[in-house]
Ligand binder design. Structure first.
Ligand code: T46
Length: 136
């Protein structure tokens, strides 16, 4: 509970050529990026996520469009609307997350601290809750 989810303002550089937005390890995020992926074409009303991570930290950016991220640390739930490519949502370890309300055409970008490892996921909410509460 010492590593809360939070909105991170990203430095932006706008000039007559457009806007450039930066994420740099050691500045906007406190982890080295081991993997990146993006998600698009989410049908209306579909949810994604429904899992937690043991170690993984991530920064989530709605590069285009908008969606909501519901985060749950085993004690409290919080809801973040991502609708601005100049801001990211930092999500630390031991957080259950759901992504909902994807507007048509949305593209989300995930920058994450670990390689893909299914063993690192919690897919079962009760198992997550047990460990999250035991760890606090
Ligand atoms: C997360 C949320 C926000 C891979 O093979 N490599 C990868 O790096 C990823 C992320 C996924 N996959 C495969 C595994 C599944 O067969 O892609 C398929 C869809 O993955 P998943 O069901 O986990 O997708 P989401 O959107 O529910 O979750 C993803 C990430 O898995 C997760 O780390 O935090 O986005």
């Amino acid at each position: 509970r010492t590593d809360p989810c939070r909105i991170v303002e990203l430095p932006e550089y706008t000039d007559p050529r457009g806007t450039l937005t930066v994420v740099e390890c050691g500045s906007e995020i406190d982890f080295d990026i081991k993997r990146a992926y993006h998600i698009r074409d989410v049908p209306d009303g579909r949810r994604r996520g429904a899992h937690g991570h043991r170690r993984l930290r991530q920064l989530i950016i709605a590069v285009h469009g908008s969606f909501e991220v519901i985060v749950d640390d085993g004690f409290e739930r919080d809801r973040f609307l991502l609708d601005d490519p100049g801001r990211g949502l930092y999500v630390g370890p031991m957080i259950w997350r759901d992504m909902v309300g994807f507007a048509p055409g949305t593209v989300g970008l995930w920058l994450v601290s670990e390689p893909y490892d299914e063993a690192e996921y919690y897919r079962d909410y009760d198992a997550f809750l047990h460990d999250a509460r035991a760890a606090s």
